[in-house]
Design a protein around this ligand. Structure first.
Ligand code: C5P
Length: 293
């Protein structure tokens, strides 16, 4: 359907953001933590659609729709859309945004951040009002520390509180399996439970990882500093890690973000089989698999 030039129904995948490594290296005076993280965006995510309407509205559907807490106005999609309308001077922006919530909520894979970033991108295309890169970045950062990196959904190194972005090494072909025990974890609580805040940064990253084995060897020297505090708060994370580790096809297992989702890296060809095996043993967990990026 087309109403005005550019205003056609559009839909995009709001990809999950996975922290392959997450080092907490300090803390700012305002309480935000300084991080160094290598992130990737597998082809697994929420779905967001924009279509013409007579007002600005957001509808949430999908398997995890009921887990979104708070009034609709607190939904990051609607917040992002309102800020976009304000900044681009479109007080009459009329669009129906339909979020199909397929990623578990509060799960350390940036679902809300990716939804917000995808909203901004979709609305640029939908309205034809494109923001300058630094304006878009600034707007994204005002919505959350992880939102800027989700704008392009490409492998990146994140530094600062999350908004300082640089290109990541070229990644090898590989597969990833995501496992979430369907228990939400509060990001501020996990950061609060972290006792040592000045941990060493990652080693110098190469320009490219020649093979999956090279990348796994590098990542084995890295950490997620939030894994221990998150597991202390939510012991079932330990169970998901053990389940992945007990499959010998999984080359590296680690928690993403502040949890509770954990990931396993493997050869691209076996990721779906690992997903099936895990699903049979743990039908109550959310499990997804796909290409690494
Ligand atoms: O920015 P965002 O809303 O995603 O962050 C959620 C919470 O996570 C913040 O309120 C803060 O408590 C914590 N956080 C942090 N340091 C960061 C990112 C997030 O302490 N770099």
């Amino acid at each position: 359907m087309t109403t005005r030039k550019g205003m056609q129904t559009r839909a995009e995948l709001a990809r999950a953001k996975v922290n392959l490594a997450l080092h907490v290296t300090g803390v700012r005076k305002d309480g935000y933590h300084l991080l160094e993280s290598l992130v990737v965006f597998p082809q697994i995510g929420d779905r967001l659609a924009a279509e013409p309407s007579d007002k600005l509205e957001c509808v949430v559907e999908g398997p995890f729709a009921n887990d979104l807490e708070g009034p609709p106005a607190s939904n990051l999609v609607l917040k992002a859309a309102k800020l976009f309308a304000e900044i681009t001077g479109q007080s009459d922006l009329a669009v129906k945004l339909t979020l199909s919530k397929r990623l578990p909520v509060a799960s350390g894979i940036g679902g809300g951040s990716s939804d917000a970033a995808t909203t901004l991108r979709l609305l640029e295309d939908f309205t034809g009002a494109y923001l300058a890169d630094d304006q878009l970045h600034h707007l994204a950062l005002s919505l959350g520390a992880d939102v800027p990196v989700c704008l392009n959904a490409e492998p990146r190194i994140m530094r600062g509180i999350g908004g300082d972005l640089s290109p990541a090494p070229r990644l090898p072909k590989g597969g990833i399996v995501l496992v979430n025990p369907k228990v939400g974890v509060s990001t501020p609580e996990v950061f609060k439970a972290l006792t040592k805040k000045d941990n060493p940064p990652m080693s110098r990253l190469p320009d490219s990882f020649e093979s999956l084995e090279t990348m796994v060897a590098f990542l084995k020297e890295c950490r997620n500093d939030l894994q221990k505090p998150a597991t202390d708060l939510c012991s079932v994370i330990g169970e998901t890690i053990s389940a992945l580790q007990s499959d010998e096809r999984v080359l590296l297992t680690r928690m993403s973000g502040s949890g509770a989702t954990v990931f396993g890296l493997c050869d691209a060809e076996v990721s779906m089989n690992i997903e099936r095996t895990l699903r049979a043993a743990h039908p109550q967990w959310w499990i997804a698999s796909g290409a690494l990026s």
